[in-house]
Design a protein around this ligand. Structure first.
Ligand code: MRU
Length: 353
């Protein structure tokens, strides 16, 4: 158990509601918010109070329980209850489009709804228990990812990461930062270079915070600096998270990841993706099919509520990009490190689940 991990769960079911770390307040405030309605959960995901692919998956699963609790009060027949709840589940899945873990976890809840033979009360309890099970499994999976990943971290390595794929993007421990945590536990000379990650600065606001809390040496750099440090031989590997991985290994992650991957290829720095199997979407052949979230212009034009550019300037703000599979040295999962040809290794991974 790391220092950070012993303190918090990023998201957790408490009795009748979902408690989560409010990630919009970093780095000024470390506070929790209790989400008590399905609509509030939809909004929490959309406004990124909770963010990071595995964390929003759990948020989606909790959202289904919240809607179930609300519908229970409407005195519906069981059939009406089920049909309305399935509609609400699909609604929550539309809160953010790119991270497939959201749809995956909601699908897990829909399976419970469809397979249950219990009355409404019993069904709500089953959904609650399933949400808690997904929470617990998330941490276990991340630890396995961390341990597999640590095997490919060279001694004394400097690992570059982009965005935040840490404890705060999951229930705990993290995917890419899980690899860092496991590597650091074996070799405390490992260190991290964290990309700031414009526009929302998850690297600066979140990654530096959680790594520093764990005493892992971390250097903050801005997004354009990675090639400079790679050329100087100061980066030994890149490890990032993922929001959706296609059947051929193409990987959507926070905007700017693709640029890092190109720089890594040019400088012969191995580029790894760390993600649970729930981030792999085998229903799509390539990254071309991944829907990229478009976010507001204010995220780009403003920092801390202050404009940083000419008023009225054109802005485009895609939240994610897709790194082609050719640039990825390995995908670190809970069943091992997948290597090219990903079309084959991904199918094998699901068989070994
Ligand atoms: O927009 P965000 O902050 O939800 O984006 C997060 C990322 O891109 C993470 O790298 C990804 O979700 C993996 S989290 C383990």
């Amino acid at each position: 158990m790391t220092e950070f991990q012993s303190k918090i769960r990023t998201i957790e079911w408490v009795d009748t509601f979902s408690r989560m770390v409010d990630q919009t307040k970093f780095p000024y405030e470390f506070s929790f918010v209790d989400i008590k309605t399905g609509q509030d959960m939809f909004d929490a995901i959309k406004t990124m109070i909770v963010r990071g692919a595995p964390a929003i998956g759990i948020a989606g699963a909790h959202g289904v329980v919240l809607y179930a609790q609300e519908l229970e009060k409407e005195n519906l027949s069981r059939d009406e209850f089920v049909s309305k709840l399935l509609e609400k589940a699909d609604y929550i899945a539309t809160s953010r489009p790119t991270a497939v873990n959201l749809m995956w976890a909601i699908e897990k809840q829909k399976e419970v709804i469809k397979n249950s033979t219990s009355d409404i009360k019993g069904l709500i309890e089953e959904l609650k228990q399933n949400g808690i099970k997904l929470e617990n499994e998330d941490i276990e999976i991340n630890k396995k990812i961390g341990d597999y990943g640590a095997e490919v971290v060279p001694k004394g390595a400097t690992i570059l990461t982009h965005c935040n794929a840490g404890a705060l993007a999951t229930v705990g421990y993290g995917t890419a930062l899980g690899v860092v945590r496991s590597a650091f536990a074996k070799d405390n000379t490992v260190q991290v270079f964290a990309d700031e990650t414009r526009p929302r600065q998850q690297g600066a606001r979140i990654t530096t915070l959680e790594l520093t809390m764990d005493g892992i040496p971390t250097t903050l750099i801005t997004d354009g600096m990675c090639s400079y440090f790679m050329k100087k031989g100061m980066i030994d590997m890149v490890c990032v998270g993922a929001d959706r991985i296609a059947a051929n290994g193409d990987t959507a992650n926070k905007i700017g990841t693709y640029t890092v991957a190109i720089a890594a290829k040019y400088h012969n720095v191995p580029f790894y993706v760390a993600a649970p199997l729930s981030t792999i979407d085998t229903s799509i052949k390539s990254g071309d099919e991944i829907v990229i979230e478009e976010r507001s212009r204010e995220e780009v034009t403003h920092i801390n509520g202050k404009s940083i550019c000419a008023e009225g300037v054109n802005v485009i703000n895609p939240g994610f990009d897709v790194t082609p599979h050719e640039l990825i040295a390995g995908i670190i999962t809970e069943v091992g490190i997948l290597r090219p040809d990903y079309n084959k290794s991904i199918i094998e991974a699901f068989k070994n689940q």
